[in-house]
Ligand binder design. Structure first.
Ligand code: MG
Ligand code: MG
Length: 249
């Protein structure tokens, strides 16, 4: 069931989203060669807690950390640990915060020092595909109008979109209906209504769209070990268009 949020609920989600957006801005400054991914997790958890929120992911389905940190060929659900970031890596950080009964959810892929031209292009196309997609996040449109636009944009750039994992509705739970795929024909799925809040999150691979899960039970990697990037924001559908709740300008 898709829950539609009222004005007051969206106001709270704006606050939850702001905490997520600020956490990611803080992390962007911390990402550099020599940094252990566990330290990024600590920084995020402290920041989120200091702002009266809780990390959404810690304990969610048993996930061990506050952030998902996925490096290079890792797509999503990597967990922070002793890995030391090195020059040329790309690192996807997915962050959620629970504030006053509601969640915010967003992800970015950052470059670590100087990265290859192709890696930077992957990051840029992934981010841009989100912005192309949300042009269609308007009341009256169909959900997969967003999906189709993201896929078209990504594939025109020569990359592929992950099929096995998708975006989602968000609110009192991190994962609510509907699923928000980053691929498919337009004009399908539910009609978008004012008050729907969606986590729209293209996951884009440099090679095949196929992925697999490592033996740790969590970390999703590209099947061909090509690089992968992720860009996500929590987006509210309002009467005058989409509002991005997790992006601080
Ligand atoms: Mg996320
Ligand atoms: Mg999400």
């Amino acid at each position: 069931m898709i829950t539609v949020k009222n004005h007051d609920e969206i106001a709270i989600m704006r606050k939850a989203g702001r905490i997520v957006g600020e956490t990611l801005l803080l992390l962007e400054k911390e990402v550099k060669p020599g940094v252990i991914t566990a330290s990024l997790d600590r920084i995020a958890e402290e920041f989120i807690t200091k702002h009266g929120a809780k990390p959404s992911f810690k304990g969610l389905y048993g996930f061990p950390s506050s952030l998902c940190i996925s490096v290079n060929e890792q797509v999503i659900h990597g967990f922070p640990g002793e890995y030391v970031l090195k020059e040329g890596d790309i690192v996807s950080i997915d962050c959620g915060a629970f504030f006053d009964g509601f969640h915010g959810d967003a992800a970015r892929t950052f470059s670590v020092g100087e990265v290859s031209v192709e890696a930077q292009r992957l990051i840029d196309i992934t981010r841009e595909s989100f912005f192309q997609g949300i042009k269609f996040a308007k009341q009256g449109n169909k959900l997969t109008d967003i999906s189709h636009e993201i896929q078209s944009y990504v594939e025109a750039a020569g990359f592929s979109v992950v099929r096995d994992f998708v975006g989602h509705g968000i609110g009192r739970k991190v994962h609510e209906d509907p699923n928000v795929p980053n691929f498919g024909k337009s004009g399908r799925g539910p009609k978008l209504l004012e008050g729907m809040v969606l986590a729209i999150e293209p996951m884009v691979n440099a090679g095949t769209y196929k992925v697999k899960t490592l033996k740790d039970g969590w970390t999703v990697v590209t099947a061909d070990t090509s690089l992968s990037a992720h860009y996500e924001n929590t987006v509210a559908i309002l009467s005058d268009g989409p509002e991005i709740l997790t992006l601080i300008k």
